[in-house]
Design a protein around this ligand. Structure first.
Ligand SMILES: [Zn+2]
Length: 375
């Protein structure tokens, strides 16, 4: 066995040692980035690339686009093929951003303020909001596609507007085509492509973000008809000072890294180690995503690594919480991308069910309630 394999196995085990134990083998799939428009079309990608803009970020700008009805139908069809030992199908917890930029209004406002479209309007611009509403409702009622909160928009709005206001020509070229995430080397590395929504550098920016989070919670309830109960921060950038606004609004579960960092003006590690089921001073219940599945990612070599991580979770009586992203399963820019992502998902789910026939699929919220974690 080569050293990197050994290191991988060791890491997979180490992160599961601490924390609450659960009584059964649970698999939870958490998928980020729903709701946000990344690359509006392949033509836009080609146009901006030809213009020489720095938009090459591997798979995301090539394949990640707002989900459409065909994406959800194909995903649901795949998930429903499988059942755990209690008869329940695998469930995607879909961490969702609720808005996208209203480029026309932002321009009319001379880049002074951010203006947004809600999800209905976002879907109407690219597909069909009525059908999308039906599908979201169906996913929830079938228990296979359950939304949770990723944020108001997947954009570091304040920094993006500031750079637009400075007449950054590359950003303006992207803007004209409805694309935000052009790399800008003059801003902090953490928000170089303006994806980390909760990043801030001063108190005024922090206050703006607090308000954004509050809006996100309200918009979530407006669209889905119920409260978000779990939160995963965009690009993993989070400050525990934001926990209060989430907890007060009914969010009880926070996806956290093993070693949380406070990424504000200066990134710093505050010496904490997070573990599954731990409760913070705010009352927030933390959990770790201890497995990863990124079938169109550059490092992907098949389902084996994910299976090893699931095995490590079960060895320490932890739920296997599999982290993944929408980019693996959508076909708006490439139908082939969706097909190959879903094929890998089928392989993974089949292998899990063959290896651990007693496995159950669930969500963090249902699991914590069942196991009385946090109560
Ligand atoms: Zn994200």
């Amino acid at each position: 066995m080569i050293f990197s394999d050994l290191q991988f196995k060791l890491n997979s085990n180490l992160k599961n040692i601490l924390g609450k134990r659960v009584s059964d083998k649970y698999v939870i799939i958490e998928c980020d980035d729903w709701g946000s428009q990344r690359m509006p079309s392949s033509d836009t990608f080609d146009y901006l690339t030809k213009k020489g803009l720095d938009i090459n970020d591997g798979r995301y700008n090539l394949y990640d686009s707002l989900e459409n009805p065909e994406d959800l139908e194909a995903l649901f069809f795949t998930l429903k093929k499988y059942q755990g030992s209690d008869g329940s199908s695998p469930v995607f917890t879909a961490f969702t951003s609720l808005t996208n930029p209203d480029f026309i209004k932002i321009k009319m406002d001379n880049f002074n303020n951010y203006h947004y479209y809600n999800l209905d309007k976002s879907y109407d611009l690219f597909s069909n909001s009525k059908r999308m509403r039906e599908l979201w409702r169906q996913g929830v009622s079938d228990g296979i596609f359950v939304p949770q909160l990723h944020g108001r928009e997947h954009i570091a709005v304040q920094f993006w507007l500031k750079q637009l206001k400075k007449n950054n020509q590359d950003l303006l070229d992207g803007f004209e085509k409805g694309f935000v995430f052009v790399k800008d080397k003059t801003v902090s590395q953490t928000i170089r492509n303006f994806r980390a929504e909760l990043y801030y550098e001063n108190d005024q920016q922090k206050e703006f973000i607090r308000k954004k989070l509050f809006d996100a919670i309200v918009l979530f309830k407006e669209y889905f008809g119920f409260n978000a109960t779990a939160f995963a921060a965009t690009n993993g950038i989070f400050d525990s000072d934001f926990e209060q606004v989430l907890v007060e609004s009914g969010v009880s579960y926070l996806a956290s890294p093993l070693f949380p960092k406070k990424e504000t003006g200066k990134s710093r590690y505050d010496g904490l180690i997070r573990k599954f089921g731990q409760i913070g001073a705010s009352g927030m219940i933390y959990y770790l995503r201890n497995c990863a599945f990124e079938p169109n990612g550059p490092e992907y070599k098949g389902i084996e690594q994910t299976l090893q991580q699931v095995e490590a979770a079960f060895r320490w009586d932890k739920p296997a919480v599999i982290s993944t992203h929408r980019v693996n399963f959508v076909g708006g820019l490439s139908v082939k991308n969706r097909e190959s992502g879903l094929n890998e998902l089928k392989k993974l789910l089949s292998a899990i069910l063959i290896t651990w026939p007693d496995v159950k699929f669930t969500t963090v919220e249902l699991l914590c309630k069942k196991e009385s974690i946090g109560s």
